[in-house]
Ligand binder design. Structure first.
Ligand code: NAD
Length: 321
């Protein structure tokens, strides 16, 4: 069995590896070759923690396993990140444990890959301005991955806590993009692509602020009750997602669904666009919206890449169970 540490994951898995792994698994999900099992997420009544499992099987890639972990709000005071997770990979032929892989960096990079895959397949080719709503831990990862998909000339950003924006500005500077902190209506008026990655529970971006042709990747809403955009904006957009069952219940679309503005039939799996069974964007004026809810198969896909690359490079620890 292999043990792949957080540091090794950082050393061996790059953005292009994560992009390919996530794109492939979205494709396999849409063609019925890969499926996620029901998610468990529970408050454990200790340390204010939320703990759970996300698991699945990719029959095409032969990846079976689970990500276990959750959210420990007190960790920050201990010098640790609040989100903690570990991926377990099993041999699909025997059920034997194949690898234990640190899941924190991989969660960040697979989430960035998801919005990046959506930009690659759905944003206008001539997109020039990237709008960032959110400036927390994930935002820098999302920004770096998005910047590789189009010839962006500028980043405009807004955050609920403005003091967090300079850190995101430093990422933009590092990759050579001018960065401007703006109000939300200005962000909507300027941006061709908008990524939202916040813990908000109310709409932050309103329909009338967003111009025709915009692509939105809504990445923060992954739980019932969370919300980042106006349900009228979701209704006005052509909606794509990683997993329809999650989009309607815990994703951004939950609010437009509960208001009766859209139905499940209005949401398309992004894997269909990747597989060419859905055309994706059909006009320059269309607003496209990717509801990125986050699925276990994304974690397993990048963990499997990490385990393979670490083993090939002699960077994984081998132990006998
Ligand atoms: P973080 O705690 O580092 O940052 C939180 C962000 O939300 C900051 O920008 C903060 O200013 C903002 N925020 C906090 N309260 C807000 C409010 N009331 N209104 C508006 N904004 C508010 O978290 P992170 O690691 O950057 O993750 C951001 C969000 O993305 C989290 O909600 C997390 O659960 C979610 N997430 C989703 C996926 C996925 O696959 N879809 C994966 C990872 C994280």
């Amino acid at each position: 069995m292999l043990i792949v540490s957080e540091e090794t994951c950082k050393a061996v898995v790059g953005r292009s590896d994560a992009f390919a792994a996530v794109e492939n698994v979205f494709s396999a999900m849409a063609s019925g070759d890969a499926y996620n099992f029901p998610v468990i997420r529970e408050a454990i009544g200790h340390a204010d923690a939320l703990y759970g499992f996300k698991s699945g099987f990719d029959r095409a890639g032969l990846v079976l396993g689970l990500k276990s972990g959750g959210y420990w709000p007190g960790n920050i005071d201990k010098g640790l990140t609040n989100h903690q997770s570990t991926v377990f990979l099993f041999d699909p032929d025997t059920g034997q444990l194949q690898a234990l892989v640190g899941g924190n960096y991989l969660t960040a990079i697979r989430t960035a890959a998801a919005s990046s895959v959506s930009i690659a397949h759905l944003a206008r080719k001539d997109a020039k301005v990237l709008g960032m709503v959110g400036a927390g831990h994930q935002a820098g990862f999302q920004l770096r991955a998005a910047a590789e998909q189009r010839d962006f000339e500028k980043v405009v950003a807004w955050n609920f806590h403005p003091d967090m924006l300079p850190k995101l500005g430093a990422v933009a500077e590092e990759i050579g993009l001018p960065f401007e902190a703006v109000e939300r209506d200005q962000l909507g008026a300027e941006a061709d692509v908008i990524i939202s990655i916040t813990s908000a529970h109310d709409a932050l971006m309103m329909k009338d602020w967003v111009k025709p042709g915009t692509h939105l990747a809504c990445m923060g809403t992954d739980t019932k009750g969370k919300q980042e955009v106006d349900p009228a904006l979701v209704a006005a957009a052509t909606v794509f997602t990683d997993e329809i069952a999650q989009s309607t219940t815990i994703g951004e679309a939950q609010h437009a669904i509960s208001k009766g503005l859209i139905s499940e039939a209005d949401i398309t799996s992004i894997g269909e666009v990747i597989n060419g069974t859905h055309p994706g964007r059909t006009s320059d004026a269309e607003i496209t919206l990717f509801d990125g809810t986050g699925v276990g198969l994304q974690d397993l896909a990048v963990a499997s890449v990490a385990a393979r690359l670490a083993e090939e490079g002699g960077q994984a620890q081998q132990i006998q169970l």
